[in-house]
Structures are given as C-alpha cells and as structure tokens.
Design a protein around this ligand. Structure first.
Ligand SMILES: N[C@@H](CCC(=O)N[C@@H](CS)C(=O)NCC(=O)O)C(=O)O
Length: 202
C-alpha cells in the first residue's frame, strides 16, 4: 500500500492509521505543484491528498481511505472496536472532523477560493474562526471525562489531532478547551503518531 501525502495535511490521519496497523507500507510526499500534474491527477482528479493505492486499486477521500484500512485490518480496530455502535460513533466523529471542522479551515487557508477581493478576506476569515471555535466547543464537550471520542483510540482522534495542529498554526488558542489540549498531548505521545510525524518531517 502506498499513501500520497502533504506534510501535516489531513493525510497525516491516514499516515497515523497505517502506523497503528503496523504492516509495511510506503508513504510519498507529493510536492504541492505536483498535485496538478497529469500523473497525480490520474490518481486523484481533485488534485488533493490523501490518495492511497493498493496494487492497481486507487482510492481518494479521507473517510473512504480510513474505512478501507479498517476493513482490511479489523485487528487494528481503527474505529475503536468491533461493536457496531462504537464503530458508528467513531464514524460520526470522523465525519464531524472531515466535513465540518476541516471544511471550516478552508476560508483561512485559501480565502481566494471564496472571493478574490482581498479586502473581504479578513471578514471571511473571522467568520471561519467563529465557526471553528463553535465546533471545537462541541468536540471539547464530547471528550469530557474521556481519553478518546469512543473510549479507545480511533481514526477520529487521529483526524482531530491533525486539526488541533492546524489550530496552533493559525493561532487558535486551545486554552478554553482543556479536553482538546489533553487529547493533543495524549496523541502526540503515541509512538505511531511520533513515527508518522517524523516521517513527514514535522
Ligand atoms: N474531501 C477531501 C479533502 C482533501 C483535502 O482538502 N486535502 C488538502 C490537504 S488537507 C489538499 O490536498 N489541499 C491541496 C490543494 O487543495 O491544493 C478528503 O477528505 O480527502
């Protein structure tokens, strides 16, 4: 299996999952310019990471990749266990990270995708920050009294960890979210997370 990634991007969640599985895999950093190359677009027409190949099978979209890894390696319990409700709950938080939290960062990272007019960017980004803070509050509440979203670590925690790193990068303080700060710290001590981050040069 081979993972295509950008260092520190959402593909880090897949990288962590591959480390949790503990089987050999390849990981290739894609240069940002190469995302639009014909070779890469043939793998992922959206020109984004992550992309996973397994022999001739090629897969994109974080949630699909994490689901595929979990199906191929049930022993790794990437969705927190074997119980259907636990797995569905992990999927719920994974979807929250991917569809809600991750998307809320796009106006901050790439405001021109919404509006060219530079003078409008600050307002757009302030709105995005408001939304991110509201979503972080939801995640913080969900983690009250728990080490992980669903008791045992799951790919939802890996995705949240990636996003908490972005918070740091864009100056969003986690001081008001003690459960998120604790999760970030817990995850950063996980040997698989350390290995994936070291491989990405983080
Ligand atoms: N819906 C996609 C989103 C992927 C995505 O936004 N990837 C970002 C990195 S976090 C990317 O490749 N950005 C590069 C770009 O758009 O130029 C997924 O879940 O895989």
């Amino acid at each position: 299996m081979k993972l295509y990634y950008l260092p520190g991007a959402c593909s880090l969640a897949d990288h962590i999952a591959l480390e949790w599985i503990g089987q050999p895999y390849e990981a290739e950093a894609v240069a940002r310019e190469a995302l639009q190359s014909p070779e890469y677009l043939a793998l992922n027409p959206l020109g984004s990471v992550p992309c996973l190949t397994d022999g001739s099978f090629s897969l994109t979209q974080n949630v699909a990749i994490l689901y595929y890894l979990a199906e191929k390696h049930p022993e790794a319990e990437l969705f927190g266990g074997q119980d259907a409700q636990v797995k569905a709950d992990a999927m719920r938080w994974l979807a929250f990270c991917n569809s809600d939290l991750h998307e809320a960062f796009v106006p901050i990272f790439a405001p021109t995708r919404f509006i060219d007019q530079e003078s409008a960017h600050a307002d757009l980004q302030a709105k995005a920050r408001e939304k991110i803070l509201r979503l972080l509050g939801v995640a913080n509440k969900a983690l009250a009294g728990k080490d992980y979203f669903v008791g045992k670590r799951s790919v939802a925690d890996a995705y949240l960890f990636v996003i908490l790193r972005w918070c740091q990068g864009v100056g969003i303080d986690l001081a008001d979210f003690p459960n998120l700060s604790a999760l970030r710290e817990r995850m950063s001590q996980d040997p698989a997370v350390k290995t994936a981050m070291a491989q990405e040069g983080l």
